[in-house]
Design a protein around this ligand. Structure first.
Ligand SMILES: NC(=[NH2+])NCCC[C@H](N)C(=O)O
Length: 408
């Protein structure tokens, strides 16, 4: 079997999700901002909501792969464990004394327990109880309940850290410190988990090696017809887009990348917070986004051509990439106050399970009704707790396999 995502809307077959766990219990009013959450959350309810998301997908025939399981299974492989530990507990992250002790402790743990700690993080007390380290300056300056290993609260948003683009995967270098270690876990999974290791597929970006050339999957929309739409945003920088485009062009799988120049703010941190594809040639779009400048990149000999377009051409440029005259853009008729509230609650962050069938948060009543009145089948899921991390169904899912979209 091979992996492929050649559109945003083809029938979804396989997806990676992360069921929120103990990492969420580390969130406090004091650290939530640096952990990229807007509030603390009630874990049990968040898990119920997430289970409902997973059920909605499995009811539609989608196979759900859980990140926690993939990571635990990967850590059974000695080289994978070495790679993850070396990139997690080292002299730069923990200081040399604690690194040595913790590396040794973690090497000896069962894979499932290690996977859990890597995601949940660890406080000084939790570590000292297992392996007392007397000579670490780093540990001596922490309080008992301070976290030496930060929790990965944003593993919930599986779309961002790795994203499949046609036949290959981009393992992304993340902008925010709070998310950088997520990349380590995915690099190990794609390289050593038997599900992936036994397959041949191109890797468009090798994670940590991309360094400051950041790309986050929420900005990458595989719109089909050999085209990719990428937001240049708070999280995805032009260097990252150009690097990704040149790799995609070299493979011959992609004929154009359209970069969308976005404003840089938290409410619209990724392209998928303001615009997602719901059906053939059809997008849902945030009312106050307006029209944005775009730049088309195309392969040109050994290099690429770069063509800038005025904001008013945004829809036409995307339509042409799809071989269409125009796009159908669904923008819920509502005042700016209502539109801003639904955008904040990820109203436009839909996950298509097949053309014209999308999973959305139930709370965005106006957007959901508007989509339905335009012939889109809406599968609503609860998100009162999950939404506190500012991500909806599109962000919380990393499609690995979709069917091609049938010709009209
Ligand atoms: N694709 C997305 N829109 N992801 C949303 C990610 C939210 C996450 N709390 C962050 O700030 O990184």
């Amino acid at each position: 079997m091979s992996f492929s995502v050649d559109s945003e809307i083809g029938r979804l077959r396989q997806v990676i999700l992360h069921r929120p766990g103990r990492e969420m219990l580390r969130l406090t009013p004091q650290n939530k901002d640096s952990l990229l959450f807007d509030d603390v959350l009630w874990l049990e309810r968040a898990q119920q909501e997430h289970d409902q998301l997973a059920r909605t997908l499995t009811d539609r025939g989608v196979e759900v792969l859980y990140l926690g399981d993939l990571l635990a299974q990967t850590l059974e492989v000695a080289e994978a464990r070495d790679f993850v530990l070396a990139n997690t507990f080292n002299e730069n992250t923990c200081g040399p004394r604690a690194a040595e002790a913790l590396h040794g402790l973690m090497q000896g743990l069962p894979a499932a327990e290690l996977a859990e700690i890597l995601v949940a993080g660890a406080t000084r007390r939790e570590l000292q109880e297992r392996v007392p380290v007397a000579d670490s300056l780093v540990l001596s300056l922490l309080e008992d309940d301070d976290l030496l290993l930060a929790p990965l609260t944003n593993h919930l948003f599986t779309r961002d850290t790795s994203c499949w683009v046609y036949g290959g995967v981009s393992i992304n270098s993340m902008t925010k410190q709070a998310r950088r270690r997520e990349t380590v876990n995915y690099q190990a999974i794609y390289r050593w988990h038997p599900f992936f290791a036994d397959q041949e597929f191109p890797v468009w970006s090798e994670g940590l090696a991309a360094g400051p050339a950041t790309v986050e999957g929420g900005d990458v929309e595989v719109i089909g017809n050999g085209a990719v739409l990428v937001g240049v945003s708070e999280r995805t920088c032009p260097q990252g887009v150009e690097r990704l485009a040149s790799r995609l062009f070299t493979s011959g799988e992609v004929s154009q990348v359209i970069a969308v120049e976005m404003s840089r703010n938290r409410a619209q941190m990724h392209l998928d917070t303001v615009m997602t594809m719901v059906d053939v040639g059809t997008f849902v779009k945030y009312a106050d986004l307006g029209m944005l400048p775009t730049v088309t990149l195309r392969p040109d000999g050994a290099g690429m051509s770069v063509t800038r377009h005025a904001p008013e051409d945004m829809h036409r440029v995307i339509a042409q990439a799809l071989g269409l005259d125009d796009l159908k853009v669904l923008t819920t008729p509502q005042d700016s106050l209502a539109a801003a509230r639904e955008q904040w609650d990820d109203g436009c962050n839909t996950l298509a399970v097949s053309p014209g069938v999308v999973v959305t948060y139930e709370r965005n009543v106006a957007t959901n009704d508007y989509l339905a009145s335009n012939g889109i089948e809406v599968l609503p899921v609860p998100g009162s707790e999950l939404g506190r991390g500012r991500g909806g169904p599109h962000c919380m899912s990393c499609p690995v396999l979709r069917d091609p979209v049938p010709a009209l």
